[in-house]
Design a protein around this ligand. Structure first.
Ligand code: HEM
Length: 424
């Protein structure tokens, strides 16, 4: 069947993700009535919406049958797709990072930084990350009894961590935050480059292109510097790394920095904000956590499921195949709806409740298979450390106004979370 128009609209409309209930209601409807079916929306090529947890995993684990690079790796309308291909010599993506690669390149490029992202290597960063977390918590305490947790803590702390590990100096952090928000918030008039509602693909693409050009300028300089003066940072690994016995290609190197500099904090910021919002709204869970801090790791995991900051990735079938009884044709495009997989009633008891001790919690917020989030251990560690430092000091917290969310159908989360709190 074809998915009803209002449901398909809610899947693609950036505003539905700012509303949250609208996108969750649409996904609930899909899981029940059309778990794997085609959305036909004016201006877009038809695509399958994959709303069940099992189907998302099944598709992601077959990474030779479902590719990231053959068509756009994120949802794009026909007009934008055409323009990107014209600009990029036929390629459907403006960048070529790990999420826009397939094997054999994907494996080779992932191997370059894989060891760096493993827990053994990250352990040596924990003390420094804790120090950074304490700094932000002190600043929060200095605010007295009220703050905007999204703007004052959640956006800034993961940004500082990733910039430090990447090697970007503190003075450039506001610029990196702005560029990231422009990239992921391209559909939100409050944060995008032009500061306007994006009603045509020319404006949307021009906004993104200008942002990407600024990133390139910045990271070209950084590459030159790290080639001359290598340091212990991640930028030095990328600048001096080799793939197939040669330095990384220009587009690939730039894309590597950009994914680390953007995916590396916006996702974690959204989850951190989402966690505090959920704790403020669920006082019983907040109290339970305060009484037993050993629940922090499982609260972090639940907050990742709860928020699911990456709302989708796309895959393209490389051959005719069958998934969940449906005939998928070669070159068909599939939308992996992570927030839907993470509310799947067949996998999670009471999926709409925020339960800090949920176990098991096999969410798909980090994706699955060959492309599973490379930064998952870093993200988890950052969040665990923040809560280990914040919770013993945070005596009470409640919402102090209505939180808002970013309008975006790719990476999004809370934009503002006004709170009242008591801290010692
Ligand atoms: C890929 C989510 C934090 C770097 C991904 C994917 C998702 C995701 C859904 C795609 C996986 C797939 O296609 O199967 C998240 C969430 C985070 C987070 C929810 C935090 C709560 C981070 C951090 C970094 C990072 C801290 C650090 C740089 C990456 C990279 C990839 C990726 C490099 C591409 C992996 C590949 O395609 O091989 N992430 N991420 N992420 N993430 Fe994260």
């Amino acid at each position: 069947m074809t998915i009803p128009a209002h449901i398909a609209e809610a899947v693609v409309d950036p505003k539905a993700y700012a509303d949250w209930d609208r996108s969750h209601e649409a996904f609930a409807w899909l899981r029940k009535n059309a778990p794997l079916d085609v959305a036909e929306i004016e201006g877009f090529d038809p695509f399958w919406v994959v709303s069940k947890h099992a189907d998302i995993q099944n598709i992601e684990k077959q990474n030779d049958l479902f590719h990231n690079e053959d068509r756009s790796a994120t949802l794009t309308n026909i007009e934008t797709d055409k323009k990107v291909r014209e600009m990029m010599g036929g390629s459907p993506n403006l960048l070529r990072s790990l999420v826009q690669m397939d094997n054999p390149d994907h494996m080779q490029y992932r191997r370059l930084t894989q060891a760096w992202f493993m827990p053994q290597n990250l352990r040596k960063l924990e003390d420094r990350i804790r120090e950074i977390a304490r700094g932000f918590i002190d600043k929060m305490a200095d605010k007295g009894t009220e703050c905007d947790f999204a703007r004052d803590v959640a956006f800034l702390y993961p940004l500082h961590v990733i910039m430090e590990v990447l090697g970007v100096p503190e003075i450039d952090e506001p610029r990196m935050l702005k560029l990231t928000q422009e990239l992921f918030g391209a559909q939100d008039p409050e944060v995008n480059r032009s500061g306007k509602e994006v009603s045509d693909s020319d404006t949307g693409l021009a906004n993104i292109q200008a942002t990407v050009a600024d990133f390139f300028t910045y990271f070209v300089e950084m590459t030159e510097d790290r080639r001359k003066n290598p340091r212990e940072d991640l930028a030095s690994v990328i600048a001096n790394g080799e793939v197939y016995g040669k330095p990384l290609g220009h587009l690939e190197a730039m894309s590597y920095y950009i994914i680390a500099a953007t995916a590396g904090h916006d996702t974690t910021s959204n989850t951190t904000g989402g966690a505090l919002w959920a704790l403020a709204e669920n006082q019983d869970q907040f109290r339970k956590l305060k009484d037993d801090l050993s629940l922090i790791p499982s609260m972090v995991e639940e907050s990742i499921r709860w928020e699911t900051p990456v709302k989708h990735f796309m895959r393209t079938a490389t051959a005719d195949t069958e998934i969940a009884g449906k005939q998928i044709k070669k070159n068909d495009w599939l939308f992996l709806a992570y927030p839907s997989g993470n509310r799947d009633e067949d996998v999670f008891d009471d999926p709409y409740s925020f339960k800090i001790d949920r176990s098991p919690n096999k969410h798909v917020a980090f994706g699955y298979g060959a492309h599973v989030c490379l930064g998952q251990h870093l993200g988890r560690m950052e969040m665990r450390v923040l809560w280990e430092e914040l919770l013993p000091r945070l005596q009470s917290v409640e919402l102090n106004g209505k939180p808002t969310r970013v309008q975006a159908n790719f990476v999004s989360g809370p934009k503002s979370i006004p709170i009242k709190f008591k801290m010692n």
